[in-house]
Design a protein around this ligand. Structure first.
Ligand code: FE2
Length: 409
């Protein structure tokens, strides 16, 4: 373990790669890995108190998240949810003071896939901290009385059903690999923060890919899985890198509504079966200026690393080219888009690249949403209730690619 203050760390959260030495009070240790692991991200921060964190420590923590992609801040059981939101706003002080998915009322109406079969609940008085979990949340939970979160199993999103009897014996799946991003109007949050208030600790559940690959991995219940899209980028061929560096995607307007009744691959990555999306007419009114076009590759503002960041299920058009000099080929057939993306994105979807960080009650996992994909993992209700507090903020500056995306094509 090494003290952050003893090493060179990049300057605060200004989306700048500048570095200088700053004194910090907390300790940071890279996560340990097993002999078969290939994931190369994650660190654990100890010695922080988010009730009274200094500006210097906020800056150092921000840089640690960019550098390590994911940081688990230990022992924050004592803080009020308002302190979590306070930290989120200090990470990106120029951002509009609202969750990346907007206010709760409109998210519950316009959230489409993201709010299907559930209502999103916020902490009273701290609207931008949202409760993620299942089951009974307690007689009084920060002002919420007798809240019980009842929803369908997360794998309901999958085109290939998982039998209830199998699920009850601990056979589970990754729900949906994604970054936290509205992909319309607001830019995705740089970081997402998720505090573990309570979760079941046993027994272990087994995540199955259920896609014919036979892959599986055992995990503790109530946790979130991650993989690094910097590693996805690293697994590309030189030709694929040229395409990725120079190409961009356009997301559908209100993409999670546009997805309609689409369903996912059983491994949680990508759509299985096309043609269930809504037409643009069915999506209804939208503002063309709020439709998002993002580069395929997002550059880490602190480390300069490149990540292949395409939220494939929401892409409506792809603009492919190998160099800045070429005119892009516009791909607007969803089967073609998905067939191009799937083999690239599935390359990293292997147990050795997936990290499921352990969280004790009070720990807050914070991750670089511009570098990682994550997925929820469901577990049988009989194992107990789960309470997590999630907060992020629509970024003040959106993702930056290796080259600018042309404004009009
Ligand atoms: Fe998420």
């Amino acid at each position: 373990m090494c003290a952050v203050g003893s090493s060179k760390v990049p300057k605060a959260n200004k989306m700048s790669a500048a570095e200088h030495t700053i004194e910090t009070s907390f300790m940071l240790a890279p996560m340990t890995t097993g002999p078969n692991d290939k994931h190369n991200f994650g660190a654990i921060a100890t010695g922080l108190d988010l009730d009274s964190i200094s500006d210097i420590d906020v800056a150092a923590l921000s840089n640690a998240i960019w550098k390590h992609k994911l940081v688990v801040v230990k022992a924050q059981k004592h803080i009020h949810p308002a302190k979590q939101w306070d930290l989120v706003t200090r990470f990106d002080p120029k951002a509009p003071q609202v969750h990346s998915h907007g206010d709760v009322k409109s998210f519950n109406i316009k959230g489409g896939l993201l709010t299907k079969g559930r209502n999103v609940t916020a902490i009273p008085g701290v609207e931008n901290v949202r409760i993620v979990g299942k089951g009974f949340q307690g007689k009084i939970h920060y002002g919420l009385e007798n809240l019980s979160i009842e929803k369908n199993p997360l794998h309901d999103w999958h085109a290939v059903p998982l039998a209830e009897e199998e699920f009850e014996t601990g056979h589970t799946r990754f729900q949906r690999w994604h970054l936290d991003a509205p992909l319309y109007d607001r830019d995705p949050a740089w970081f997402t923060t998720l505090r573990c208030v309570h979760r079941p600790l046993s027994p272990q559940v087994t995540v199955h890919w259920d896609d014919g690959s036979g892959q599986k991995m055992s995990v503790s219940p109530g946790l979130t899985a991650f993989f690094s899209n910097v590693q996805t980028y690293g697994l590309l061929s030189e030709d694929e890198k040229a395409f990725a560096d120079n190409s961009w995607v356009e997301y559908a307007p209100h993409p999670y509504m546009w997805l309609g009744d689409s369903q996912s691959s059983p491994n949680g990555l990508g759509i299985w079966g096309d043609g269930k999306e809504l037409s643009l007419e069915q999506v209804g009114e939208y503002d063309a200026s709020k439709v998002k076009r993002y580069p395929m590759v997002w550059v880490n503002p602190v480390t300069g690393e490149r990540a292949f960041m395409v939220h494939g299920i929401c892409v409506r058009r792809m603009f492919l080219r190998r160099s800045q000099e070429e005119d892009p080929v516009v791909v607007d057939g969803l089967p073609e888009i998905r067939a191009w993306l799937r083999p690239i994105q599935e390359r990293v979807l292997r147990p050795e690249y997936i990290m499921v960080p352990e969280l004790d009650e009070g720990d807050i996992v914070m991750w670089a949403n511009y570098q990682l994909f994550h997925s929820a993992i469901d577990y049988p209700s009989k194992m107990g209730a789960r309470t997590m507090h999630q907060a992020n903020i629509g970024a003040s500056i959106g993702p930056t690619g290796p080259f600018p995306v042309p404004v009009v094509v």
